[in-house]
Design a protein around this ligand. Sequence first.
Ligand SMILES: [Zn+2]
Length: 483
Amino acid sequence: MEARAQSVQSARRSKEDKKLLKRQIKASHTLLKHEGITTASEPTQCVVVCNGGLGNGVSREQLMAVLTEGGAVVESLLMPPNKPYSFASFASPQDGRSAQTRCHGRTLQANDGHRVTLYCSYVLPAVDRGVCECVSLPPGLCVLEDFVSPEEESQLLDAVNWTSHDDDVTTRRELKHRRVKHYGYEFRYDNNNVDKDKPLPEGLPSECDAVLQRCVCDGLISVLPDQLTVNQYESGQGIPPHVDTHSAFEDTILSLGLGAKTVMDFRHPDGRSVSIVHPARSLLVMKGESRYLWTHGITPRKFDVVPASAAERSGVVNFDPSDLTLNQRGTRTSFTFRKIRHTPCDCAYPSVCDSQRPSSPPCLPVARSDACRLEEQYVHRVYEEISAHFSSTRHAPWPRVRDFLLTLPSDAIMADIGCGNGKYLGINPQAFSLGCDRSVNLVSICAERGFHSVVCDALSVPLRSSAFDAVISIAVIHHFSTQ
Ligand SMILES: [Zn+2]
């Protein structure tokens, strides 16, 4: 009886082992295919830990604890940002071997709560695992640590009454991603500006006075701000990348972070991006280029990748994989102080300045809402207005498109996404052609011409996939406002 139980147990174990081996092989293949990393069949002193990466919510501290459990000495632990694996280099091949045996198949509770199984394979020692780009702060930006004391921090937080309903005194709104309250002037999200003639009856809370006086004394600002926006972010919430409207506010913008630290992302229009750790009780000062040209935003997520060695410090996240870990976000409240601008902005960045380009064509939108508004204004409305003229000037089909349509067999079903006045819908009368367009007027013209067509957005076509033999979309995508 006992022998049977044992054999059942060992059979179960070997089944588990097989499963583990299968997963390990799969993980090795994935590493090779996506990252070009080859695993070694013979033991080495370097081990790749699949599923033990920052990308699946495993922190440096957690992984280090597991790797060093049996006394193994880890010489370096590289954790590339956002990747689901890490590389541990051990002091000796014996240490590598013992860690591999111990950790392979181990389950860990990741920071976001789900369990992950670690798969460990040997790799050849490599000099370059992941990039370490040394970047500096955007010009004009600085972070002043410990700008307010813990006592001032609680006074400021207490000054915001989130439950008040006296919306005529201070405005409070629940935005999708965060709670927002305005003082001094209301910031309007529909036009990204303020009603400069309509100051709110209540100014900035008096609890801010001492902090703002300090900003003046320290030479950060010369005039006191008259507008305050308080944002409260729960863990997981963020704010889309944006530049504070030039014509609405003067140059220097002060943002005080309270409650918990976060990571803010700054982006230059040329594509450069810099992530900045903004610890609690520190003041972010945006001036000049960092205020006018770079966008800033907070990616909605529950964990940030931060340097492990300077856990409570501010500054640039250099993405050095030998020094990264995860920081769990808490509830963070930011006080952003701004001075309303009463004259047009004359900054040195006309390409992004709304004061200096009042009637020029729109610049590349940064927010989705801006993109939608531009597309509505410059595409959808225009086509409705010019549909008749447009139709009368669009009758000659492009020869290659016509040739293609004529190759379709008689029972073919063809869809034309963005069909305009339907000039391709009648080319091949043997095929069944269905058109769609965003313009109601153009679809009406199709209907008058006896074609099948519907009104819909080309980014959300209500047609079943794989139901058509041919689909065309001619001279359409340049109308999209986003990529
Ligand atoms: Zn400007």
